[in-house]
Design a protein around this ligand. Structure first.
Ligand code: ZN
Length: 479
C-alpha cells in the first residue's frame, strides 16, 4: 500500500512539474509576444439601424427658396471604431511635434463645467431604439489609421514632451480607425456614441455639452473644437431628412481634430493657427427627434399628413424648425399653413420649439462671429436677404466659401414669406453678423441621397467632399 501511494505521489509530482513548466512557458511566450500580435481592443458600439427600402425624392419637388429636401434610405451595419496597439511607422519626430503646448489648453474658453458634461445614458433618450442585443464587439482590420501616443487611459494632448530622446522601438503607438462612418445615417444614439468617442480620443481639443432637450426627451449636443476667443457656429440636421449634413459635419470634426493633433496642414489651411484664433461650436444634429423619425422609423408626437419617414423634414412636434425662429415669423405663419405635421408648419408661435430655443440660447451666450446652417438641395449658398440687407463681411465670406468649395451662390432672398422664420435670417437680424444657409448637393444629384448608403462615390461626387470639406475652414479663414 505504501509502495502504491509512493508511486502515485511520484506521478502527481511529475504532473505538477509538467503543469508548471507549461504555465511558465505560456507566460514567457506572452511576455515576448510583440505588441502587434495582441488582440484588437474594440470599443463597444450599438447599431440602431432599421432596414428599409425607400424611393428617391424627385428634386423638382423642392423649392429653390426653401432649404434643401432630400430623401434618405435604409441602414447597414455600422462600422466599429477600433483601437489597436502596434508599432508605429510614424517617425518619432512627428509624434513629438503633435503635442499641444499646455499654454494653449489653458487658453481654452470653454468653461470646465461644460467639459464635464460628457456622459449620456440611454435612459435619457427614451425613444432611441437601442438594445443590449445590438451591442457587439467586432474585430475590424486597421485601415488608413490615425496614430496616437500610447496610453491605456487615452493620451492627453496636453502632456508636455520629454526632452529625452526615445527610439522608435521604445515608443509604441495606439492606432485607431476613424470613428465617423459617413455611409450609415446617424441615429441620435450613434451620434452621441461617436461624440463621446471623439472627446475621449481628443481630450481638451474636443469637448461637448448639452444645449437642450427635445420634446421627445433627446439631448441636443454642442461640440466644441479649438481654443480661440473668436467663435463660429455650425448647425447641421435642422431638417430631419437632410441628415447627410450630420455625417458630413461629424467627418469634418474628426478630420480637423486629427490634423490638429498631428500638427499637419489640412489642405492649404493651418489648423493650429486657425484653432488658436477660433473655437468652432458644432450642433451636429439640431433635430434629433426628426432624425429618429426619418432614419429609424420613430413616431412624431403629431400625426403628419401623408407621413413618410424617409421624407420627414420636421421635428417631433411636426414643426419646420427653419421657419420657427423669431424673425418676421408672423409673415411665415400667416402665409403658409396652420396644420402641425405639414411641411411648412412654422409652429404655434415664434420660437415655440425646444430646438429653436436651444440654438437661440447658444447664440445669445457665445456671441458668434458668424453662423452656418447646413442643408442639402441646391449646391449653393443663401447669403443675404432683402430685409436685413448687406452685413459687414457677408460678401467676403460668401466669396471665400464658394470659391474654395465649389458652391454657387444664390441671389438676395426677396420673398419674406419664404425666408422669415429662418435660422440664418434670424441670426443676421439679431446680431448683424454674417450667416449662411449652405445647400450641399446639386439638384440633379439630390435623388441619390436616398441611395447613398455604402456608396463611397456619393460623398466624393454629390456631396463633393474633396472640395466641400473645406467649408468650415474657409469660413474661419475669411470670417
Ligand atoms: Zn433643409
Amino acid at each position: 500500500m505504501k509502495k502504491v501511494t509512493g508511486v502515485l505521489a511520484v506521478c502527481w509530482l511529475a504532473v505538477m512539474l509538467s503543469g508548471c513548466q507549461t504555465t511558465s512557458s505560456s507566460k514567457k511566450s506572452a511576455d515576448s509576444q510583440p505588441l502587434s500580435s495582441l488582440p484588437f481592443v474594440s470599443e463597444v458600439s450599438e447599431d440602431t439601424a432599421a432596414g428599409s427600402s425607400r424611393q428617391p425624392l424627385d428634386a423638382s419637388e423642392t423649392s429653390m427658396s426653401e432649404s434643401g429636401d432630400t430623401a434618405d434610405t435604409g441602414m447597414k451595419e455600422s462600422s466599429v471604431p477600433v483601437s489597436r496597439v502596434l508599432e508605429s511607422s510614424v517617425p518619432v519626430s512627428r509624434v513629438q511635434e503633435s503635442s499641444v503646448p499646455v499654454s494653449r489648453v489653458q487658453e481654452s474658453s470653454v468653461p470646465v463645467s461644460r467639459v464635464q458634461d460628457v456622459s449620456v445614458t440611454e435612459s435619457s433618450v427614451p425613444n432611441a431604439q437601442v438594445s443590449q442585443t445590438d451591442v457587439s464587439q467586432v474585430s475590424v482590420p486597421v485601415q488608413e489609421s490615425y496614430v496616437h501616443e500610447i496610453s491605456v487611459n487615452e493620451p492627453s494632448v496636453t502632456e508636455p514632451q520629454s526632452s529625452v530622446a526615445v527610439s522608435q522601438a521604445e515608443l509604441p503607438q495606439v492606432v485607431g480607425q476613424p470613428i465617423v462612418d459617413v455611409y450609415t445615417p446617424y441615429t441620435a444614439a450613434r451620434l452621441q456614441r461617436d461624440i463621446d468617442a471623439l472627446c475621449r480620443r481628443y481630450p481638451d481639443l474636443v469637448t461637448q455639452y448639452t444645449i437642450g432637450i427635445t420634446a421627445q426627451g433627446r439631448k441636443i449636443s454642442c461640440v466644441t473644437l479649438g481654443f480661440g476667443s473668436k467663435k463660429g457656429c455650425i448647425v447641421a440636421g435642422i431638417h430631419a431628412r437632410e441628415h447627410i449634413t450630420v455625417s458630413f459635419t461629424m467627418r469634418c470634426l474628426e478630420e480637423f481634430a486629427e490634423a490638429y493633433r498631428r500638427n499637419e496642414p489640412y489642405g492649404e489651411y493651418d489648423l493650429r493657427q486657425l484653432l488658436q484664433v477660433y473655437t468652432l461650436y458644432f450642433v451636429p444634429m439640431c433635430n434629433p427627434d426628426g432624425t429618429e423619425i426619418s432614419v429609424n422609423g420613430a413616431q412624431p408626437l403629431v400625426a403628419a399628413a401623408d407621413f413618410s419617414p424617409d421624407e420627414y423634414k420636421l421635428n417631433g412636434n411636426g414643426v419646420n424648425l427653419n421657419r420657427n425662429f423669431p424673425y418676421n415669423w408672423e409673415e411665415q405663419y400667416t402665409h403658409q399653413t396652420f396644420v402641425a405635421g405639414e411641411e411648412k408648419y412654422a409652429g404655434d408661435h415664434a420660437a415655440s420649439e425646444k430646438e429653436t430655443q436651444a440654438i437661440m440660447s447658444l447664440c445669445e451666450e457665445e456671441h458668434f462671429a458668424w453662423l452656418l446652417d447646413m442643408h442639402v438641395v441646391g449646391n449653393g449658398i443663401y447669403w443675404r436677404d432683402e430685409m436685413n440687407g448687406p452685413i459687414e463681411g457677408d460678401s467676403r465670406m460668401r466669396g471665400a466659401i464658394t470659391e474654395r468649395c465649389g458652391y454657387r451662390y444664390f441671389g438676395e432672398s426677396t420673398d419674406v414669406t419664404v425666408y422669415s422664420g429662418g435660422l440664418e435670417n434670424w441670426f443676421r437680424y439679431a446680431y448683424g453678423k454674417p450667416a449662411f444657409c449652405i445647400e450641399m448637393v446639386p439638384y440633379e444629384q439630390s435623388g441619390r441621397v436616398s441611395t447613398y448608403i455604402g456608396m463611397s462615390s456619393f460623398f466624393e461626387e454629390a456631396v463633393n467632399w474633396p472640395q466641400t470639406k473645406y467649408t468650415y475652414l474657409a469660413a474661419m479663414d475669411s470670417g
